[in-house]
Design a protein around this ligand. Structure first.
Ligand code: PLP
Length: 398
């Protein structure tokens, strides 16, 4: 066996398994409604594309500074200061290949073997896998029943120990869309104060996609006393519909950002030069299309809420504040309505796909095997068709 034990423990992404099967069915001529998408459905705005074309024409095609072109780092630092109220300058910012690389690289520079990474569930699929690939051990914090898929400060305290190296906070969350308020974040900070060796990574990639009256607050703004051990991660992927461009960033203590820079210098070097100029245009250009994206998502959520109210066997586990996902529980269905045949979320997702051609992501990928995630990031008609087909399938069991 040539492969090391770390990679042998890594399973392929569940999201991809659903996608692959959905594509197979589509190729066979089946009508497929894709509700598994993890990216906005609109195209990258024109002015951002134009900036990339200009960069290409201007010959911005060579290596750049490893941590990113100075003007982009400066613009990101200004955004973090002005919008998020954080202390930042170009030297505390690193531009990475998507938010994903920022998180991976952070884990790789801070974790020693066996260090614990405390992750609230349901969580974004990659946190535990990445932490474990970097030698860490994930400690999953489950929200209590009826807590709206949020953990409490008491839950957090019970999961922390002197071995905790890092706490991951993702608000608004993928897969639930729930966001923590400033006072909830402050309560977490009060707990974390008692664990001085524990770093905080705040994944804020859905920052702009909030549509309730919850006000987005960066963790380091809510808890400035912990800013010296907090790394803030964000990306252009969701806000600017730039998932394919691979631009994200991290900002935080110089020592950690410096180490991430050394890590990047020996692994990927800078991210694509052209994508960096596009990202600069995204930050500096008009922001109004974000409102349009939000109103699309809000309208499509309403379509889903209406159907879900009347479908037996499924339950919306929490009303999202942001992002573009609904996390839907299927515990009653698994406990009987499915005649005991369907045991978990992967089987359910597969069943839904085979029966009705609707692709969703099984909750097992997010640490909850009694739920699944749907995305409303596709046309209204597609979303409507997806929920109607779900309703038809569930009607067989009620
Ligand atoms: N963090 C969360 C919570 C996400 O949902 C995603 C992507 O789905 C990422 C990070 C990674 O984003 P990127 O595409 O910028 O790497």
């Amino acid at each position: 066996m040539y492969l090391n034990s770390r990679i042998q423990r890594v399973k392929p992404s569940e999201t991809l398994a659903v996608k692959t099967r959905a594509m197979e069915l589509k190729a066979q001529g089946r009508s497929i409604v894709d509700m598994a998408a993890g990216e906005p459905d609109i195209d990258t705005p024109e002015h951002i594309k134009e900036a990339a074309v200009k960069a290409l024409r201007d010959g911005k095609t060579k290596y750049t500074a490893v941590n990113g072109i100075p003007e982009l780092r400066e613009a990101i630092a200004a955004k973090l200061r002005d919008e998020n109220g954080l202390e930042a300058d170009a030297s505390t910012v690193i531009v990475t290949n998507g938010g994903k690389q920022a998180i991976y690289s952070f884990f790789d520079v801070v974790l020693e073997p066996g260090d614990e990474v405390v992750i609230p569930s349901p969580y974004w699929v990659s946190y535990p896998v990445m932490a474990e690939m970097c030698g860490g051990r994930s400690v999953i914090v489950k929200p209590r029943a009826g807590a709206g898929l949020k953990i409490t400060p008491e839950d957090l305290r019970a999961s922390l120990s002197p071995r905790s190296k890092c706490f991951v906070i993702n608000s608004p969350s993928n897969p639930t869309g729930v966001a923590y308020t400033a006072s909830e974040l402050k309560e977490f900070a009060a707990v974390l104060k008692d664990f001085p060796n524990c770093l905080i990574i705040s994944d804020e990639v859905y920052e702009k996609l909030i549509f309730t009256d919850v006000e987005f607050v960066s963790f380091a703004k809510a808890a400035p006393e912990l800013a010296n051990r907090t790394v803030t991660v964000n990306a252009f992927s969701k806000t600017y519909s730039m998932t394919g461009w691979r631009v994200g960033y991290a900002s935080g203590p110089k020592e950690i950002i410096g180490a991430m820079g050394r890590h990047q210098s020996q692994t990927t070097s800078n991210i694509c030069s052209i994508a960096q100029y596009a990202a600069l245009a995204a930050l500096q250009g008009p922001q109004d299309f974000i409102r349009e994206m939000l109103s699309n998502f809000t309208r499509r959520f309403e379509i889903g809420y209406k159907v879900l109210e009347s479908v037996r066997g499924v339950e919306l586990l929490a009303r999202p504040d942001g992002a573009f996902y609904l996390f839907i529980g299927i515990a009653p269905f698994l406990n009987g309505a499915g005649k005991g045949k369907i045991k978990g979320s992967a089987e359910f997702a597969n069943f839904l796909l085979e029966q009705s051609g609707v692709a969703v992501v099984p909750g097992e990928a997010f640490g909850d095997d009694h739920a699944f995630r749907v995305s409303v990031s596709s046309s209204d008609d597609n979303v409507r068709a997806g929920f109607e087909r779900l309703e038809e399938v569930m009607a067989q069991f009620s």
